[in-house]
Design a protein around this ligand. Structure first.
Ligand code: AMP
Ligand code: GLY
Length: 423
């Protein structure tokens, strides 16, 4: 069978490699994909949010199955458009993808159904937001309502910072219409955990937990990025926490979506904070996380395609979702300067023995050579029986990837190792 994967980053590379373990999978098309995955997918230069062209491509190639991975096309209704043409798809329809597409929707959903999250207020008027912020205590958190490339949440420490943030989001439209409505929420403290879960809308099966490292530099310093590395499982996600999350967050969320007539079918991502009052939701994503997927899917023992199909068929309760009882670590190698300014066009070489463990994101083929073309260039994934072994393996393999101005954090997994020590 032929599969079309919409998206083009390290997450999509990891999804494609896992799908390919199913012997029935023949051709995989990626839109747009990237030069670094050319050996596992036929890449075509159609943007991941160009829904019309994606549907046209799916028809032209008569694909048997479509996986829509990124948030943009999901929120824009890519799955709906493909299903209208009779294609079988993985990913939620637009009316459910709104759980990520609008922070206001998701915060109101949590309030209505008693799902633990930070207290909040919604503002559509900048003056009203500013008067509220004058009386707030700091730090506090300001979020743009809509999608903002992962940059829509700002922790502000003073009233001055709060004023600047409101101005850039609501008046200067830094994120376009995404910032015309904002959420101001309580600042929470505690370790963060990412949990991705397969759901058919009625049954929910969480994957192994993971920990992202969002800041650009060691010791969680520097600017926020799309993610500089991940480990799985996350030591803060104990069995007790997992059980509490299932009962107070995961099941209530899918039931709430069903009650609202917005059955969620696909991968639901819970960004959680383990506060002193228990786990709370920081955010929902309507898709696989990046770079969480790069550590989670390599540990999946069950067949990914079978699970994906069950999320729409509605029989996820009958399907195994089993993970290896070991650890994984992903080190993201970026272009120095990311997330601000960086150079492109340097040749990337990856030693053959580590290639199967490298998921490429920001790279392109130029005159037959692979060159860096984005901030986060690739992720190197190590596995091990212990977290320490997974981290050491990932870093050893990172030495076998070369390009000028390559930059990576040296402390991915360090906090997780420390947390294991205190358990
Ligand atoms: P979001 O875009 O909502 O995932 O937020 C991005 C990051 O900002 C999260 O991963 C947290 O580290 C931080 N963050 C978001 N909301 C809060 C909050 N209410 N309290 C503390 N940190 C937060
Ligand atoms: N790593 C967080 C995300 O995918 O949004």
């Amino acid at each position: 069978m032929n599969i079309l994967v919409v998206g083009g980053g390290g997450r999509e590379h990891a999804i494609i490699c896992k799908l390919r373990e199913n012997k029935e999978v023949e051709t995989v098309y990626a839109l747009p994909g990237n030069g670094g995955m050319a050996d596992v997918a036929e890449c075509h230069p159609i943007a991941a949010d160009d829904v019309e062209s994606i549907v046209r491509f799916a028809k032209e190639k008569k694909v048997d199955y479509v996986v829509v991975a990124p948030d943009d096309p999901l929120v824009k209704g890519c799955v709906d458009a493909l299903e209208e043409e009779g294609f079988e798809c993985f990913g939620p329809r637009a009316n459910a993808a709104i759980i990520e597409g609008s922070k206001i929707f998701s915060k109101n959903l949590m309030k209505k159904y008693g799902i633990p999250t930070a207290a909040y207020e919604v503002f559509t008027d900048a003056q009203e937001a500013l008067s509220y912020l004058e009386k707030s205590s700091y730090p506090t958190v300001i979020k743009a309502d809509g999608l903002a490339l992962g940059k829509g949440a700002v922790i502000v420490n003073t009233l001055e910072e709060a004023k600047d943030t409101v101005k850039s989001m609501m008046l200067d439209k830094q994120f376009g219409e995404s910032g015309s409505r904002i959420v101001v929420e309580e600042f929470m403290e505690g370790p963060e955990v990412s949990v991705l879960a397969f759901t058919d809308g009625k049954t929910i099966k969480p994957m192994v937990s993971s920990m992202d490292h969002k800041r650009a530099h060691d010791n969680d310093e520097g600017l926020n990025t799309g993610g500089m590395g991940t480990v799985a499982p996350n030591p803060y996600y104990t069995n007790t926490v997992a059980e509490e999350c299932m009962n107070k967050i995961f099941l209530p969320t899918i039931r709430a979506m069903e009650m609202e007539g917005r059955l969620f079918q696909g991968c639901l991502f819970f960004g959680l904070m383990i506060t002193k009052d228990g786990p709370k939701v920081i955010e929902y994503n309507c898709r696989f996380g990046d770079p969480e997927t790069q550590v989670v899917l390599p540990l999946l023992k069950s067949d990914l395609l079978t699970i994906m199909k069950a999320t729409k068929a509605g029989n996820l309760n009958e399907v195994d979702v089993e993970f290896e009882d070991c650890h994984a670590c992903c080190v993201i190698v970026a272009s120095d300067g990311y997330p601000l300014k960086y150079d492109k066009g340097y040749e990337i070489t990856i030693d053959a023995e580590v290639k199967p463990n490298v998921y490429v994101a920001g790279a392109a083929l130029k005159d037959g050579k692979l060159v860096n073309a984005g901030g986060r260039v690739l992720g190197v994934v190590g596995k091990g029986d212990s977290l320490k072994q997974a981290i050491d393996t990932a870093y050893q393999m990172t030495e076998k990837v070369h390009f000028q101005n390559a930059y990576y954090r040296k402390d991915i997994g360090k906090r997780a190792l420390q947390a294991e020590g205190v358990k």
